[in-house]
Structures are given as C-alpha cells and as structure tokens.
Design a protein around this ligand. Structure first.
Ligand code: MN3
Length: 201
C-alpha cells in the first residue's frame, strides 16, 4: 500500500509563490486521491508488491487506472520534495556543470524548461531528467505521465518536475500559467534536485 508522503514544510511556507490554500487542496485532496486510487487499482494484482518505479515502467500495459494514478502518486511525491521555502537561486556543483554542458547555461536551461511548462497543452508536467545517455534533458508529458513510463516520448529518471495542471495554480494565478512557472523558480530546492541527480546518473 502506498501512503501519502508528509510535506517537510507548512502549506503556507511557499507563499507568495504558491498559496497555502492551493497547497492544502493539492496535497490532501488531489495527491491523496491519486494515492487511494492507485492502491485500489493494484490491490490483488501482481503489481500490489511492486515498487512505484516498476509499476510506472509497465504503465503502457497496466491500464488507465494504474497509469494515471501511479503517475499522480509519483509525480506529486517528487514535486513536494523539489520545493522548499529556502529554495530558489542557482544549482551548484556537478548538477550546475551538467546543466551547462546540456543546455549551454543555467539561463538557457531555465528558458527551455519554462517553455516546456508553458506550452504543455492542457494538463501535464514539465521535467528535467537524466536520460539513458546519462545526460540531462527537458521534456513535457501530458496528464500524469512521466519519463519513467514505458510510454514516455523522452525516457529517463526525472530529477525536477513542475505540475502545470490548473489545480496547481488557478486559485492564485487563474489563467496566467507563465507567472506561476516564473514563480516556481523561487522555490526550487536545488539541493534536493542535486541529490536526485547524483542518484540517477
Ligand atoms: Mn497536481
């Protein structure tokens, strides 16, 4: 059984960039809902004892309930972890070097990632991921898909993700997704992203 992870910060801690009401609904309703529905979808099946990574690797054949809710469970768990009230700024160390190598500069990465987030049609996510080639890539996925899925266009291990479903920003930003995308950079926990990079490469 998968459990809703606890946040390491208060719902209001990311204000003014992400408001407390959005955080509370997003965590206690949306993420809890994906978690419950994932558990219901895998109960009594071969996937009941599998890791979430193994489940996602079979998303294409496991059915819509597993694909959508397994993605929703994993994606939000990552999302909370790569944000912090002490976030923002620039990455450092190996991750900064890898970003410069893959994209030219941090600003070039920021533009590419922001474009992926802003241009994802409808609901979805923008990702920074480590590909099979060991290099960093930016991608976008629809719905609750992610780069760990066998159905992903760009496959790899995600190390940073941004939720661009309207439920993630509409209360505070309404239709202004670009403002929300820009604000996200003020709360990115680059230490957490660096840890994920080190584990993934
Ligand atoms: Mn969401």
């Amino acid at each position: 059984m998968f459990e809703l992870p606890k946040l390491k910060y208060d719902y209001k801690a990311l204000e003014p960039h992400i408001d407390a009401r959005t955080m509370e609904i997003h965590h206690t309703k949306h993420h809890q809902g994906y978690t419950n529905k994932l558990n219901a979808a895998i109960e009594g099946t071969d996937l009941a004892s599998a890791s979430i990574e193994d489940i996602l690797a079979q998303a294409g054949s496991a059915g819509a309930g597993v694909r959508n809710n397994g993605g929703g469970f994993y994606n939000h768990s990552l999302f909370w972890d790569v944000m912090s009230p002490n976030g923002g700024g620039n990455p450092s160390g190996d991750l900064a070097d890898a970003i410069n190598e893959a994209f030219g500069s941090f600003d070039d990465f920021k533009e590419k990632f922001s474009t992926a987030a802003k241009t994802q049609f409808g609901s979805g996510w923008a990702w920074l991921l480590v590909g099979a080639d060991g290099k960093l890539h930016v991608s976008g996925t629809p719905n609750q898909d992610n780069p760990l899925m066998d159905v992903a266009e760009v496959k790899g291990t995600p190390i940073l993700g941004l939720d661009v479903w309207e439920h993630a920003y509409y209360l505070n930003y309404q239709n202004k997704r670009p403002d929300y995308v820009a604000a996200f950079f003020n709360v990115i926990n680059w230490d957490a992203v660096s840890e994920r990079y080190a584990a993934a490469k």
